[in-house]
Design a protein around this ligand. Structure first.
Ligand code: FES
Length: 383
């Protein structure tokens, strides 16, 4: 505001001014010259105006529907429950889960944004003004006048009487807010405890026998089950690994013999992979066994879960010279000579050890499932 410009009114004068007067005063005090200030819709309730209103409402409604669809996809078990590629009915739906989340959330945000932009373009007056810039903090009179200007802009945008736009905007933003609030609780929707004694619960793996006394062999993944089911299953014999070697093995239950679906599922179940390590004899002599697990190995053979105890990545790297098992995700290292206890990195618990032995035919078999839960910590886990 220049020294030669209009003088600010007294407090009493200010209190008596209506919005239009404050608006005009604000411009004068700030040296603003309004060059053009057209009404967006000078003639009320024309067809074009109503069409513009419906267009804005359409985008807000679309945003609300897409937000709702996002919440439904997020919460509906048919979408997120894992179905293996071998499942002809379920896998296709499962494979659409992530794209469906992305598309619904994307459309919800995009539609809300388009609605806001369209409302601004169609209903907020586009004035053209020239203003001199002033320095320093705003005076009381400036604050009062800018508030009047903002209120006037809102008034001229006719938002007060646009109940359709107001309701749909609130609906769109509200549903989107619901979707945002649903995200952090989504992990609780997948209830791993719906059947605690089921073999699929967090306490058991595919190494658990289906019935007492069932043999569970250590099996290689040969990558083929197509032609001859039994040919595709190769059990590991005690002489198969050289000293210092490591191989990833999977469970092969007696009861799954000839069952193509079960045999394929055993290779994809996430808690099944086990590292079978044959230590060199000189290294095996230095092994320190875990209390209560002194007989879990068979000779120089030790079997540890491949699921890292930090956050569950596959600990696929075995360094033969140092006998260290490495997890590539966050560089945890486990000592294979010391019941796979962590010696470096963020992991704090040893890798669970699978108790193994050899049957009368010379095949390596699991003596039982793991005696503890494998992988990362979870709420009910004590250790
Ligand atoms: S998951 Fe293995 S170190 Fe983090």
């Amino acid at each position: 505001m220049s020294a030669e410009g209009p003088q600010p009114p007294s407090e009493a004068e200010l209190a008596e001014m209506d919005r239009d007067q404050l608006l005009k005063l604000g411009g004068e005090l700030d040296g603003v010259e309004i060059v053009d200030y057209p009404e967006p819709w000078p003639v009320k309730n024309t067809r074009a105006e109503r069409r513009a209103e419906r267009l804005v409402a359409f985008w807000f409604v679309l945003s609300a529907l897409a937000g709702l669809a996002f919440v439904v996809v997020l919460a509906w078990p048919k979408w997120w429950e894992y179905k293996a590629p071998s499942d002809p009915t379920g896998h296709e739906t499962y494979s659409l889960y992530t794209p469906a989340l992305g598309v619904t959330l994307g459309v919800a945000v995009l539609a809300l944004g388009i609605g806001v932009i369209l409302y601004t373009k169609k209903f907020v007056p586009a004035e053209t003004s020239v203003q001199q810039r002033g320095d320093g903090p705003s005076k009381e009179v400036d604050r009062a006048t800018i508030l009047a200007q903002l209120a006037d802009a809102g008034n001229r945008s006719t938002i007060a009487r646009r109940s359709l736009i107001k309701r749909t905007a609130i609906g769109g933003a509200g549903v989107l807010g619901l979707a945002a609030a649903a995200l952090p609780v989504a992990s609780f929707i997948k209830d791993p405890w719906k059947d605690t004694n089921n073999k699929d619960s967090l306490w058991h793996t595919g190494w658990q026998p289906q019935f007492a006394g069932e043999k569970v062999y250590l099996r290689r993944n040969t990558g083929s089950l197509d032609e001859d089911v039994e040919k595709g299953v190769t059990r590991v014999r005690v002489e198969d690994l050289d000293a210092g070697a490591m191989e990833t093995v999977f469970p092969y239950r007696d009861s799954e013999k000839g069952d193509r679906e079960a045999l394929a599922a055993a290779l994809t179940r996430v808690d099944n992979p086990v590292m079978l390590i044959r230590l060199r004899t000189t290294d095996a002599a230095r092994v320190v066994k875990r209390k209560g697990q002194e007989d879990f190995n068979f000779g120089d053979y030790y079997a540890y879960t491949k699921i890292c105890s930090h956050v569950g990545c596959p600990t696929s790297l075995y360094e033969q010279r140092t006998n260290r098992i490495l997890c590539p995700c966050h560089q945890s290292q486990f000592d294979a000579l010391h019941y796979a206890k962590p010696i470096f990195g963020p992991a704090t618990r040893p890798l669970a050890q699978l108790p193994i032995t050899v049957d009368e035919e010379g095949y390596l078999v699991a003596r039982s499932d793991f005696i503890e839960a494998i992988g990362p910590a979870f709420w009910e886990r004590k250790s």
